[in-house]
Design a protein around this ligand. Sequence first.
Ligand code: SAH
Length: 227
Amino acid sequence: MGEGLYGMNSAQRSGIGMTSQRTRERLAARLGDAGIANVHVLNVIRQLPRHRFVDEALASRAYEDTALPIGCGQTISQPFVVARMTEILLAAGFPERVLEIGTGSGYQAAVLAALSGRVYTIERIRELHDRSRGIFRELGFENIWQRFGDGFAGWPSAGPFDAIILTAAPNEVPAVLLDQLNEGGRLLAPVGDADSQALRLYIRENGEVRSQIVEAVHFVPMLEGIE
Ligand code: SAH
């Protein structure tokens, strides 16, 4: 194609230099340094084009370890948080069935889909639901099932699940979601209000659910109803 406008070639104009394999490698290395130990998770971060999950205007920032706006007042989570939550969910092995509440950009669902049998993901904002559907198709994901709706009810007909992840924070984890957890299953959720949230891990063992606090986090709130 040669040189185009302003002396830039087409790859430079589309920002490919900032969204290349090399920038992804750097992000994965940085997450490893920051304490992500699961090599499978790091490999997915290394391969998955996060810049496809954000607006083109932000593509050059997609491999910074930071949350970014995705429109509709929502954000794509920080890569470290995505990696950390995935690693915790996978600590008991690769899950067959995963439920995600809060599809958003679709990035977390895609990371999980690369490491599990099937991912079911629910989003309450129509625009985000539709946009992520297109990206999953373009990237060739065939094991992600999507629903437009309110995640407070979960997805009983697709459960029970080996892993459930909430990427928006409720004040308390709804009991119906814990009910959709398999024996040995893990549910990971940011719990709390805008001022104070903690990531909580719930594990169902011998029919009982016990929970522990993992670390402080900051997520958008989990809201009722649809938009
Ligand atoms: N996992 C996303 C994070 C997006 S932010 C990613 O990787 O990009 C959290 C998302 O949760 C937002 O898109 C928000 O609309 C959605 N959300 C909030 N409450 C919800 C609910 N009750 N049901 C489904 N989605 C919800």
